[in-house]
Write a protein that binds this ligand. Sequence first.
Ligand code: NHR
Ligand code: GAR
Length: 212
Amino acid sequence: MKHIVILISGRGSNMEAIVQACAAGGWPARIAAVISNRPDAAGLAFAQAHGVPTAVVDHKAFGKGDAARVAFDAELQRVIDGFSPDLVVLAGFMRILTPGFTAHYAGRMLNIHPSLLPAFPGLHTHQRAIEAGCRVAGATVHFVTAELDHGPIVAQAVVPVLDGDDEAALAARVLRLEHRMYPSAVRWFVEGQLAVEGARVRHAAGEPQMFS
Ligand code: NHR
Ligand code: GAR
């Protein structure tokens, strides 16, 4: 039985999708914990209601600056490793992670980013895609490396950008696909089906890694 630890910062709807898909059965894994850097993250209540252990590591308690980031990451790593994770899943987790932390979880940490990487790394992706006149937008599941939003790509989901879309409309269209794609990608990892070949990640049995 593999152990999955999910990190959130807010709503946690991707975490919910993963918890529910895992509970529905057939996964060689269980959700060992949901951890938030914000004590008020709405997703914590869902996890507790579903019997998933939760923890909070509040980044604000560590102050500001580079030394604070290193200290926060050290404590976060200590708490995560208490659950013996095989996989760490970032699901709307909003703190940039230091190189020591990403090295510790190299090859066993996934993120979902709401753009078609390598376009629009960083924040405010939907607004930036609309302002750039993009006809498609989407989301990317990737392995986390030290370089923000640049790790090997596990899967991508693509949606149209429609005339009149605002940030909220586009984000909602993308989110529906995130909720299909992320549970699939996490399941593939715990089943041992993913092979990383440079920047490219291959599913051993050829599952489609594009969602639309
Ligand atoms: N850390 C590393 N090293 N590599 C990645 O690929 C990471 C990461 C940490 C988080 C998620 C990411 C996203 O998918 C992620 C990927 C937060 C920020 C950010 O600027 C950027 C990207 C992502 C998450 N955070 C601000 C910070 O100063 C805080 C913003 C806030 O608290 O609202 O850390 O988009
Ligand atoms: C999702 O759209 C996710 O892709 C994005 O935030 C939303 C989180 O929603 N992630 C980031 O922007 C990471 N910087 P959720 O909390 O309901 O899963």
